[in-house]
Design a protein around this ligand. Sequence first.
Ligand SMILES: Cc1ncc(COP(=O)(O)O)c(C=O)c1O
Length: 454
Amino acid sequence: MQYSEQVNKLILDRFSSQFLDFRQNIHSRDVASKKLTPLSIEFPVQGMDFETLDTFIKNKVQPSLSASNGGRYWGFVTGGANPIATYADWLVTTFNQNVSKGGDSIASALEQQTINWLCQLFELPDTYKGLFTTGATAANLLSAFTARQFAGRQQGIDVTKQGMNGLQVKVMSATPHASMIKSLGMAGFGQNNWQTIECNANSESMNVEALAKALNDCAEQSKVVIASAATVTGSDYDDLVAISALCKKYQAWLHVDAAFGIFERLISGKNGKTKGLELADSITLDCHKWLNVPYDCGVFLTKHVSLLQECCEFMAPYLTTSENEIPFMSLGVENSRRFRAFPVWATLMFYGREGIKANIESNMRQADMLASWIKKSTKFDLVKPCELNIVLFKPNLAVMNISSAECLNKLNSSGEVFLTPGRWKGQPIIRAALSNWSTTNDDVKKVITILEKL
Ligand SMILES: Cc1ncc(COP(=O)(O)O)c(C=O)c1O
């Protein structure tokens, strides 16, 4: 297909029709699709014309997608793509910049500015440097690499260049996210080779006294502490002030996974639940969660950018740059990189701090509305008070003869809502996480009606 003004117009026309169709119907379609089997199509030896392809996508692909971009997809921690970020994301593809290094475009400078703005948004000092990643998992992986390099430096080993070489390091955490454990495996620490620190009562947060003892008893020369702000099930926050003081005392690396919990800082500032976050050596956060920008978009921040650079830099003659700033390809996994900072930049420009805060507040009120109804209901038990945007509940077995798994299945197959499972104190529960900009109070009422009818 040759580009011409006419072809461009046709593509734009079909695109806007697909877009309007998908967006306008998102509230009435099934939240989780029931059609999951692959489409029966032969491998295309000869391509098809664009109009046939467009019709095929509209009739066969679109109807089988989930409404994860809508207001009642409450599984995992799923943000929607806000309209401005959606617009900016189309432009990212149109512009198709490769943000590997500077020198030919303003894109690197814009990514840098967006990282600085995120630090301002979350009241973090400008000593943090970082980059956009594909998500919180990739950011956690970079944290594991950087912590490993830090431990190596403590022991006179350049792990990036020499390999582990007998590195002695103990990783400690209370309730790390699954992606952090995955990252520990990928970075060579071992998925099963970390020390579990006891939690506080009725919480997933770390018991600071237990951490103090573990650090004191630790025989390994280097220590890494992984803290949470907040945990994905209980939305519990570790005491970062106390933990960072211990890390300082024992020269341990402190990483904080604040993928979605960092947004609480917009409500209570730096003295709220995330107090002490600014003391961490590195931080993970996710923009495709509560900032409501399209997938995939996370951020890794560290105060030790030279260690990160040591982990990720490998220059070839064709890659050299004359820029003063460290090229982004020397700070992350990928060399070629999407301009994923741009939808975040546009979101910050359009909504500003106040607009983003209003969205967080709205989701928190809605989560509270759901939790208050569950608390009063005889059919369901509220597993723990809702403090952020996550509601944990289960069927009351004395009234309803149904397990949490069966209940979850019924709710999800209603097509009205999508929720995911969790475990609380070893028991299966149902978890709702409200993080979408387009969720309305009517959405919450609709789900309450489904729960009532169950
Ligand atoms: C605390 C925390 N860390 C990491 C992740 C992984 O995020 P992603 O799926 O963006 O890699 C999540 C996802 O829910 C999370 O809640």
